[in-house]
Write a protein that binds this ligand. Structure first.
Ligand code: HEC
Length: 442
């Protein structure tokens, strides 16, 4: 968690800030963020603008340049609002437009660093007048516990009228120049036809039968992947290289780092998750902070709320977003082993995931200091990332003086997959000038 606040005075210079009190032992984020320069990025709604679509004749007059690796901004500079509007309206690339969806979300970014850490501060306005800290639950129907709540693009919501319940998120991809074209085309390299909620979604049976994705990785759907992990020119989801070839690319650093701060599944324990993208979107080695709250053998939840600590053992739909109640089941704070004989009534609800800080470990637990607070319609997230996590096998290791490419995304208003808002790739300089300059604090 955050070190105690120290009286640091920040004096802005061109590319660096030289800050007060040198010689203090522990690293700390800037105590006065108002002295750190800020930048407002326009994140636009991308719809189904996949790697394959961008290289199809539908992407008018742009195919050749896109294939050659030209940057998106070389043609689309300052067009975020226009692009976003085209897609939220359903004119192109969005089969299920969401009424009132924002074409663009403005993400305010501030960055600072010392010798150990990169400190980031983010702010963005949410569409809803409440914090997106709820996530799907198990609901007791009088007999069984069944899932309730889905992301808004799920057909249970737009077709069957089921409730949209999904956490808000802020995510980052990072590359250090090892992934070809990431600096130019960023997140759009990872997003492909065949993936969840994209065009020509791969069926669960197809994925389960796939030698690498199904048989080895035990996956049932297609998520993000990088072109280098595929063998054909179309970069098809099923044309994977061998596990050995992919391991060699990974060992050479040819993956992008990907991490999510999550309103329900990480923020309640002051963390963000940690993963990477190569042949799939995978979590880092070790244990992440959230797990499915389900005991397969007993066919029931693992945990319920501890009534002795929070005054209730479950929630109901009308209490799901009560800001006075804890938003998540936290093992070390408010959870008790599930009791099947606790007198459950129809409509009782228990979170589908539980969260634990002490249970997270290894490289998957690197983002141990990421906290968001929501007030007056706005999230403010403070995120500390070690420059060198000590886990080069699945993290990008950063150095003072280095420049890296970041992609940012916000998931707002009960959404997942393509329903997020995405930034163009941005250069981030650690104490050196870039599109986003992390200023030096000592
Ligand atoms: C060589 C210039 C060029 C490059 C590079 C380029 N585009 Fe385009 N893009 C265009 C043109 C031209 C259109 C068509 C606009 C129209 O039809 O009005 C377009 C259309 C689009 C559309 C559809 C929305 C619309 O208004 O039709 C999306 C989405 C899009 N581009 C995203 C991207 C992304 C993401 C990248 C980077 C991976 C990229 N483009 C790279 C020129 C380019």
């Amino acid at each position: 968690m955050h070190a105690p606040i120290k009286p640091i005075v920040l004096v802005p210079l061109a590319a660096t800030l030289v800050a007060g009190l040198a010689g203090t032992a522990s690293a700390a984020a800037p105590s006065d963020w108002s002295a750190v320069p800020s930048q407002t990025l326009k994140l636009h709604f991308p719809g189904q603008s996949s790697y394959q679509w961008l290289r199809s004749k539908e992407h008018k007059r742009a195919v050749k340049k896109t294939v050659q690796g030209d940057s998106c901004v070389s043609c689309h500079e300052d067009e975020e609002a226009e692009l976003g509007q085209t897609m939220v309206s359903g004119d192109r690339l969005e089969p299920h437009p969401i009424e009132g969806k924002q074409p663009v979300i403005e993400l305010v970014v501030q960055a600072a660093h010392d010798s150990d850490n990169l400190y980031l501060r983010f702010q963005w306005k949410t569409r809803n007048s409440f914090a997106g800290t709820a996530h799907p639950h198990w609901r007791f129907d009088g007999k069984d516990w069944k899932q309730i709540g889905w992301p808004m693009l799920h057909k249970k919501v737009w077709k069957e009228g089921q409730p949209a319940i999904y956490e808000d998120r802020l995510s980052m991809m990072i590359d250090d120049g090892s992934v070809p074209m990431f600096a130019e085309q960023g997140c759009w390299l990872t997003c492909h036809d065949g993936a969840r909620d994209m065009q020509d979604v791969a069926g669960a049976d197809q994925v389960k039968a796939h030698p690498l994705l199904g048989k080895t990785l035990k996956k049932k759907d297609v998520r993000k992947y990088l072109p280098a992990s595929r063998t054909d020119e179309a970069v098809s989801w099923d044309a994977t290289k061998t596990a050995e070839e992919i391991a060699a690319i990974k060992a050479a650093g040819g993956f992008v780092d990907l991490m999510h701060w999550r309103g329900h599944r990480s923020n309640p324990v002051g963390m963000a998750d940690d993963g990477y993208v190569l042949e799939y979107r995978l979590f880092d080695d070790g244990k992440k902070m959230f797990s499915k709250n389900w005991d397969k053998a007993k066919n029931q939840p693992k945990y319920m709320f501890d009534a002795k600590k929070v005054g209730f053992k479950s929630k109901t739909m009308d209490k799901l977003r009560d800001p006075a109640a804890p938003p998540a089941l936290i093992v070390e704070e408010n959870a008790a082993p599930f009791d099947p004989n606790a007198g459950w009534k129809e409509g009782d609800m228990i979170p589908e995931y539980y969260v634990t800080r002490t249970g997270a470990s290894g490289s998957a637990a690197d983002n141990s200091d990421a906290t968001g607070t929501w007030a007056d319609g706005m999230w403010t997230v403070l995120w500390t990332r070690k420059l060198d996590t000590g886990h080069p096998q699945d993290d990008k290791i950063m150095k003072v003086g280095g420049t890296y490419t970041f992609g940012f995304a916000v998931h707002d208003d009960n959404i997942t997959t393509r329903g997020h808002h995405v930034s163009w790739p941005m250069s981030v300089g650690i104490g050196t000038e870039a599109e986003i300059t992390a200023v030096t604090v000592k």
